[in-house]
Design a protein around this ligand. Sequence first.
Ligand SMILES: [Zn+2]
Length: 196
Amino acid sequence: MIEIPARRGKATRLPAGQRIRIVNTYGQQVVDTWAFAAADLGEFMSMEHTRIAIGRIIPGVGDTLVTNRRRPILTLIEDTSGGIHDTLVAACDRWRYELLGCVGYHDNCTDNLAAALGELGLAPPETPSPLNLFMNIPVIDGNAIDVLPPVSTPGSHVTLRAEIDCIVALSACPQDMVPVNGAAMTPTAAHFEVVG
Ligand SMILES: [Zn+2]
């Protein structure tokens, strides 16, 4: 398995038909997940387009996530994490941490995406809203949202299958100012493997 170091990102090419297993190694780590069409990075997995395609806000096993051109790109085929993920919240960025009171630079998922694609010689056209694996953002009374620790457990995982040739980027979210990554607010590593 390949490590996604704590507070960092990683990306991999995922040919159509291959699967990627994303493991919440220590159980409480949110993994921001993006997918870009290999043929044109301007086409990418879109939470806005996926929610209407699947008719709900949290994808479940069997649901196919779609691009900003409404084409299938990834299908969720296995989930041992408890099934709680987020599609509502933007990737964290330097401004999110500034608003929380951070002085100076703070690692963030937006920069992690750029760095991870950079390792493949690529650059994201923008920062799409990610599939926030393991992130627990309940909707209360059909309107308000809360930020709670993940319900996932150590070693639990999600498996996604590529529907087209794509590039998958993952960020072990460095959020340590709200309990997104557990009550201890301590980001950890996660792992992934391409399982063919
Ligand atoms: Zn983040």
